[in-house]
Design a protein around this ligand. Sequence first.
Ligand SMILES: NC(=O)c1ccc[n+]([C@@H]2O[C@H](COP(=O)([O-])OP(=O)(O)OC[C@H]3O[C@@H](n4cnc5c(N)ncnc54)[C@H](O)[C@@H]3O)[C@@H](O)[C@H]2O)c1
Length: 338
Amino acid sequence: MNPSINLGIIGAGRIGRLHAANLCQRVPGAKVVMVTDALAASAESCAAQLGIPAHGTDYQAVLNRPDIQAVVICSPTDTHTGIIQAAAAAGKHVFCEKPIDVDLGRIDLAIAAVRKAGIVFQVGFNRRFDPNFQRVRTAVASGEIGTPHQVHIISRDPSPPPIEYVRVSGGIFLDMTIHDFDMAQFLVDSPIVEVFATGDVRVDPAIGEAGDLDTVVVLLKYANGATAVIENCRQAAYGYDQRVEVFGSAGAIRIDNNYPNNAILSTREWVRRDLPHHFFLTRYTESYIAEMQAFLEAIRHGRRSPVSGEDGRIPVVIAMAARRSLQTNRPVRLSEIG
Ligand SMILES: NC(=O)c1ccc[n+]([C@@H]2O[C@H](COP(=O)([O-])OP(=O)(O)OC[C@H]3O[C@@H](n4cnc5c(N)ncnc54)[C@H](O)[C@@H]3O)[C@@H](O)[C@H]2O)c1
């Protein structure tokens, strides 16, 4: 039996509650002993729901507890790097939701603090742990499809987030495409070096008025000459659309959407099935559990986490290059960004 690891959750919103529930109920060897949220009622209701023994409003209370080995940061993005640095100084291992930050200077300070403290640090790019994406990665890494030439990632949401969210999200590339930038980097063993982005407002004019786009295409170039195309839209009529294909010299591998059931209904007129999973909470259930298991394993064995701070920095750089490409209508080298 693995020795249990005591954890504190910081931020009990949408994703914080999901991680807290998984850690309490579905990840053996994890013990959530405290949850904090800037809103007292959120921390309290999360603790009551899951039987977490302590709660509070100040994350420093988690860091002050000597019995807590690791923290899971699920507060808004603009709070991440401050909490990472404080947690590192307190010697706690850190799991931090994506993105680490939207500012490269602050990301570098956080990575330096993690290195200095020698703690395990993992960024929440959960899609890497999805069994389907993992199978694609294995096919590429093992050479089953030969040398990868082209990657195609389709990622569409069922509906746009509230406009207040859009206004502070940092823009579609940093908020939504960031997962796909990480996936593009995860699937192919060659650094991404150049980005061309285009897009428009096709779903809701209010998103345009907030200074953002809702429908984009991004072309990525890898150092080895391979390319990736990412297609995003904030609204797909049929639900959450998450598909990938990698085409290589010896074949291709493709994954389709995940469905709550695999029933196919056939009649005289047509063959049809129910809609795919509606959004990320149900589509990526297994990945959220697996990423936590990997975090705990890295702590137990003193290993580097499978999604390091350096891994978490790359998609932010790509997102910035995409934004500049859109503004200037030209391909942008990552070396221009930093
Ligand atoms: N990996 C994924 O699939 C995924 C999905 C959703 C969100 N996220 C990321 O998770 C983070 C949180 O997103 P969310 O959708 O859960 O947001 P949310 O607004 O639902 O929850 C954030 C919570 O943090 C609390 N909070 C604010 N400041 C705090 C502080 N200083 N200390 C403790 N709590 C504080 C808020 O009161 C709120 O309850 C963001 O960085 C987001 O990008 C990742």
